[in-house]
Design a protein around this ligand. Structure first.
Ligand SMILES: Nc1ncnc2c1ncn2[C@@H]1O[C@H](COP(=O)(O)OP(=O)(O)O)[C@@H](O)[C@H]1O
Ligand SMILES: [Mg+2]
Length: 229
Protein backbone atom coordinates (compact mmCIF):
# COMPACT_ATOMS: atom_id res chain seq x y z
CA UNK A 1 0.00 0.00 0.00
CA UNK A 2 1.22 3.48 -0.86
CA UNK A 3 2.12 5.62 2.13
CA UNK A 4 1.50 9.05 0.65
CA UNK A 5 -1.74 10.67 1.61
CA UNK A 6 -4.53 10.89 -0.96
CA UNK A 7 -5.97 13.99 0.73
CA UNK A 8 -4.17 16.37 3.04
CA UNK A 9 -5.52 19.36 4.93
CA UNK A 10 -3.18 21.95 6.40
CA UNK A 11 -4.39 24.40 9.01
CA UNK A 12 -7.86 24.56 7.52
CA UNK A 13 -10.13 27.26 8.90
CA UNK A 14 -13.76 27.69 7.86
CA UNK A 15 -15.72 30.74 8.91
CA UNK A 16 -19.28 31.71 8.15
CA UNK A 17 -20.37 35.31 8.40
CA UNK A 18 -23.77 35.72 9.97
CA UNK A 19 -24.40 39.45 9.68
CA UNK A 20 -21.88 41.06 11.99
CA UNK A 21 -20.95 37.82 13.69
CA UNK A 22 -18.24 35.49 12.39
CA UNK A 23 -18.81 31.85 13.22
CA UNK A 24 -15.61 29.78 13.08
CA UNK A 25 -16.75 26.25 12.30
CA UNK A 26 -13.34 24.65 11.61
CA UNK A 27 -10.31 25.74 13.59
CA UNK A 28 -6.84 24.94 12.22
CA UNK A 29 -7.66 21.43 11.09
CA UNK A 30 -4.69 19.31 9.99
CA UNK A 31 -5.57 15.93 8.51
CA UNK A 32 -3.80 13.35 6.36
CA UNK A 33 -5.91 10.67 4.74
CA UNK A 34 -4.10 7.59 3.53
CA UNK A 35 -5.34 5.81 0.41
CA UNK A 36 -7.32 2.58 0.46
CA UNK A 37 -8.58 2.86 4.02
CA UNK A 38 -11.93 3.59 5.61
CA UNK A 39 -11.65 6.78 7.62
CA UNK A 40 -14.47 7.67 10.00
CA UNK A 41 -15.11 11.21 11.13
CA UNK A 42 -17.01 11.02 14.41
CA UNK A 43 -18.54 13.88 16.33
CA UNK A 44 -21.76 15.25 17.78
CA UNK A 45 -24.28 17.22 15.77
CA UNK A 46 -23.01 20.72 14.98
CA UNK A 47 -19.34 19.82 15.53
CA UNK A 48 -18.40 20.63 11.93
CA UNK A 49 -18.40 17.16 10.33
CA UNK A 50 -20.32 18.05 7.18
CA UNK A 51 -18.35 21.26 6.76
CA UNK A 52 -15.12 19.26 7.06
CA UNK A 53 -16.34 16.59 4.63
CA UNK A 54 -17.35 19.23 2.07
CA UNK A 55 -13.85 20.68 2.24
CA UNK A 56 -12.17 17.25 2.10
CA UNK A 57 -14.22 16.45 -1.02
CA UNK A 58 -13.52 19.85 -2.60
CA UNK A 59 -17.21 20.80 -2.73
CA UNK A 60 -16.37 23.80 -0.58
CA UNK A 61 -13.20 25.84 -0.06
CA UNK A 62 -11.59 26.79 3.25
CA UNK A 63 -11.47 30.37 4.51
CA UNK A 64 -7.80 29.77 5.33
CA UNK A 65 -5.41 26.84 4.96
CA UNK A 66 -4.64 24.36 2.20
CA UNK A 67 -6.25 21.29 0.70
CA UNK A 68 -4.18 18.85 -1.34
CA UNK A 69 -5.91 16.22 -3.44
CA UNK A 70 -3.29 13.67 -4.54
CA UNK A 71 -0.57 16.24 -3.82
CA UNK A 72 -2.26 18.86 -5.98
CA UNK A 73 -2.98 22.15 -4.21
CA UNK A 74 -6.63 22.52 -5.19
CA UNK A 75 -6.61 26.30 -4.68
CA UNK A 76 -4.45 26.54 -7.83
CA UNK A 77 -7.19 24.99 -10.00
CA UNK A 78 -9.97 26.88 -11.73
CA UNK A 79 -13.51 25.97 -10.74
CA UNK A 80 -13.97 24.09 -14.02
CA UNK A 81 -10.74 22.13 -13.61
CA UNK A 82 -11.70 21.26 -10.06
CA UNK A 83 -15.18 20.13 -11.13
CA UNK A 84 -13.67 17.73 -13.67
CA UNK A 85 -11.15 16.26 -11.21
CA UNK A 86 -13.79 16.01 -8.49
CA UNK A 87 -16.22 14.27 -10.84
CA UNK A 88 -13.65 11.66 -11.81
CA UNK A 89 -12.02 11.15 -8.44
CA UNK A 90 -14.74 11.44 -5.80
CA UNK A 91 -18.13 9.77 -5.39
CA UNK A 92 -20.66 11.31 -3.00
CA UNK A 93 -23.27 9.68 -0.78
CA UNK A 94 -25.56 11.96 1.24
CA UNK A 95 -27.76 11.34 4.27
CA UNK A 96 -30.86 12.56 2.40
CA UNK A 97 -29.99 10.39 -0.66
CA UNK A 98 -30.49 13.46 -2.95
CA UNK A 99 -31.99 11.43 -5.81
CA UNK A 100 -33.91 13.28 -8.51
CA UNK A 101 -37.55 12.30 -8.11
CA UNK A 102 -38.49 12.51 -11.80
CA UNK A 103 -35.72 10.12 -12.87
CA UNK A 104 -35.64 6.33 -12.56
CA UNK A 105 -32.96 4.53 -10.55
CA UNK A 106 -30.85 3.78 -13.61
CA UNK A 107 -31.14 7.39 -14.83
CA UNK A 108 -30.16 8.77 -11.41
CA UNK A 109 -27.14 6.48 -11.27
CA UNK A 110 -26.09 7.47 -14.82
CA UNK A 111 -26.00 11.21 -14.17
CA UNK A 112 -22.42 11.69 -12.93
CA UNK A 113 -21.20 9.76 -16.01
CA UNK A 114 -23.38 11.83 -18.33
CA UNK A 115 -21.74 14.92 -16.76
CA UNK A 116 -18.36 13.43 -17.71
CA UNK A 117 -19.59 13.41 -21.33
CA UNK A 118 -19.58 9.63 -21.61
CA UNK A 119 -22.02 8.36 -24.29
CA UNK A 120 -25.49 7.77 -22.85
CA UNK A 121 -25.71 4.11 -23.89
CA UNK A 122 -22.53 3.36 -21.99
CA UNK A 123 -23.68 5.37 -18.95
CA UNK A 124 -26.92 3.40 -18.79
CA UNK A 125 -25.25 0.02 -19.19
CA UNK A 126 -22.67 0.84 -16.51
CA UNK A 127 -25.46 2.06 -14.22
CA UNK A 128 -27.45 -1.13 -14.73
CA UNK A 129 -24.45 -3.27 -13.89
CA UNK A 130 -23.72 -1.41 -10.66
CA UNK A 131 -27.38 -1.56 -9.61
CA UNK A 132 -27.26 -5.31 -10.22
CA UNK A 133 -24.06 -5.62 -8.15
CA UNK A 134 -25.89 -3.91 -5.29
CA UNK A 135 -28.86 -6.29 -5.56
CA UNK A 136 -31.20 -3.82 -7.25
CA UNK A 137 -31.62 -5.53 -10.63
CA UNK A 138 -35.41 -5.51 -10.13
CA UNK A 139 -35.54 -1.80 -9.26
CA UNK A 140 -33.74 -0.35 -12.28
CA UNK A 141 -36.77 1.47 -13.69
CA UNK A 142 -38.32 2.50 -10.37
CA UNK A 143 -38.50 6.14 -9.35
CA UNK A 144 -37.27 7.14 -5.85
CA UNK A 145 -40.82 7.32 -4.40
CA UNK A 146 -41.31 3.70 -5.46
CA UNK A 147 -38.28 2.57 -3.43
CA UNK A 148 -37.69 1.98 0.30
CA UNK A 149 -35.20 4.19 2.16
CA UNK A 150 -32.57 1.45 2.06
CA UNK A 151 -33.08 0.92 -1.66
CA UNK A 152 -32.81 4.66 -2.27
CA UNK A 153 -29.53 4.75 -0.34
CA UNK A 154 -28.20 1.85 -2.41
CA UNK A 155 -29.17 3.72 -5.58
CA UNK A 156 -27.31 6.74 -4.17
CA UNK A 157 -24.25 4.55 -3.53
CA UNK A 158 -24.47 3.17 -7.08
CA UNK A 159 -24.54 6.76 -8.35
CA UNK A 160 -21.41 7.53 -6.30
CA UNK A 161 -19.63 4.59 -7.97
CA UNK A 162 -20.55 5.19 -11.63
CA UNK A 163 -17.29 6.95 -12.51
CA UNK A 164 -15.25 4.37 -10.60
CA UNK A 165 -13.86 7.03 -8.22
CA UNK A 166 -10.78 6.43 -6.08
CA UNK A 167 -12.48 8.15 -3.15
CA UNK A 168 -16.02 7.72 -1.84
CA UNK A 169 -17.33 10.16 0.78
CA UNK A 170 -20.50 9.46 2.72
CA UNK A 171 -22.18 11.96 5.06
CA UNK A 172 -24.21 10.04 7.69
CA UNK A 173 -24.95 7.25 5.16
CA UNK A 174 -26.94 5.28 7.73
CA UNK A 175 -28.65 8.31 9.28
CA UNK A 176 -31.99 7.84 7.54
CA UNK A 177 -32.31 4.06 7.40
CA UNK A 178 -33.26 1.40 9.96
CA UNK A 179 -30.48 -0.50 11.72
CA UNK A 180 -30.77 -3.64 9.55
CA UNK A 181 -30.47 -1.56 6.39
CA UNK A 182 -27.65 0.36 8.05
CA UNK A 183 -25.73 -2.90 8.45
CA UNK A 184 -26.24 -3.62 4.74
CA UNK A 185 -24.93 -0.16 3.82
CA UNK A 186 -21.86 -0.73 6.01
CA UNK A 187 -21.27 -4.11 4.30
CA UNK A 188 -21.26 -2.28 0.95
CA UNK A 189 -18.76 0.23 2.37
CA UNK A 190 -16.53 -2.63 3.53
CA UNK A 191 -16.68 -4.08 -0.02
CA UNK A 192 -15.52 -0.73 -1.44
CA UNK A 193 -12.36 -0.90 0.61
CA UNK A 194 -11.67 -4.36 -0.82
CA UNK A 195 -11.88 -2.73 -4.24
CA UNK A 196 -9.00 -0.43 -3.18
CA UNK A 197 -11.13 2.65 -2.70
CA UNK A 198 -10.59 5.25 -0.01
CA UNK A 199 -13.82 5.70 1.92
CA UNK A 200 -14.53 8.60 4.24
CA UNK A 201 -17.63 8.26 6.43
CA UNK A 202 -19.06 11.00 8.61
CA UNK A 203 -21.19 9.85 11.53
CA UNK A 204 -22.31 10.75 15.05
CA UNK A 205 -22.64 7.02 15.83
CA UNK A 206 -19.64 5.29 17.41
CA UNK A 207 -20.78 1.87 16.16
CA UNK A 208 -20.74 3.14 12.58
CA UNK A 209 -17.41 4.91 13.13
CA UNK A 210 -15.88 1.62 14.32
CA UNK A 211 -16.05 0.33 10.73
CA UNK A 212 -13.19 2.68 9.97
CA UNK A 213 -9.52 1.69 9.97
CA UNK A 214 -8.97 5.12 11.45
CA UNK A 215 -11.29 7.29 13.53
CA UNK A 216 -11.02 11.06 13.63
CA UNK A 217 -12.88 12.60 16.53
CA UNK A 218 -14.10 16.15 15.99
CA UNK A 219 -15.49 18.49 18.60
CA UNK A 220 -16.33 22.18 18.21
CA UNK A 221 -14.49 22.36 14.89
CA UNK A 222 -11.27 20.82 16.16
CA UNK A 223 -9.82 17.35 15.75
CA UNK A 224 -9.39 16.07 19.28
CA UNK A 225 -8.02 12.65 18.33
CA UNK A 226 -7.02 10.59 15.30
CA UNK A 227 -6.85 6.91 16.19
CA UNK A 228 -5.32 4.33 13.87
CA UNK A 229 -6.04 0.63 14.40
N1 LIG B 1 -23.80 27.71 5.44
C1 LIG B 1 -23.69 27.95 6.75
N2 LIG B 1 -23.83 29.20 7.26
C2 LIG B 1 -23.71 29.43 8.57
N3 LIG B 1 -23.46 28.48 9.49
C3 LIG B 1 -23.31 27.23 9.06
C4 LIG B 1 -23.44 26.88 7.68
N4 LIG B 1 -23.23 25.54 7.54
C5 LIG B 1 -23.02 25.09 8.80
N5 LIG B 1 -23.07 26.08 9.70
C6 LIG B 1 -22.86 25.93 11.17
O1 LIG B 1 -21.62 25.29 11.36
C7 LIG B 1 -21.67 24.39 12.45
C8 LIG B 1 -21.22 23.02 11.98
O2 LIG B 1 -22.16 22.52 11.04
P1 LIG B 1 -22.00 21.12 10.33
O3 LIG B 1 -20.67 21.05 9.68
O4 LIG B 1 -23.19 20.92 9.47
O5 LIG B 1 -22.01 20.13 11.60
P2 LIG B 1 -22.34 18.57 11.69
O6 LIG B 1 -22.32 18.00 10.30
O7 LIG B 1 -21.26 18.02 12.57
O8 LIG B 1 -23.67 18.46 12.34
C9 LIG B 1 -23.09 24.45 12.97
O9 LIG B 1 -23.10 25.30 14.08
C10 LIG B 1 -23.87 25.01 11.81
O10 LIG B 1 -24.98 25.72 12.27
MG1 LIG C 1 -23.77 17.02 9.21
Amino acid sequence: MAVNSIIRLEKVVKKYSLGKIDLTVLKDVDLEIKPEIILSILGPSGSGKSTLLNIISCLDIPTKGKVYLKDQDVSLLTEDELAVIRGKTIGFVFQQFNLLSHLTAVENVSLPAIFQKIPEVECLSRAEKILKDLGLENRVNHRPTELSGGEQQRVAIARALINDPEIVVADEPTGNVDSQTGTKILDIIDELKKKSKTVIIVTHDLNVAKHGDEIVNIKDGQIISHKKK
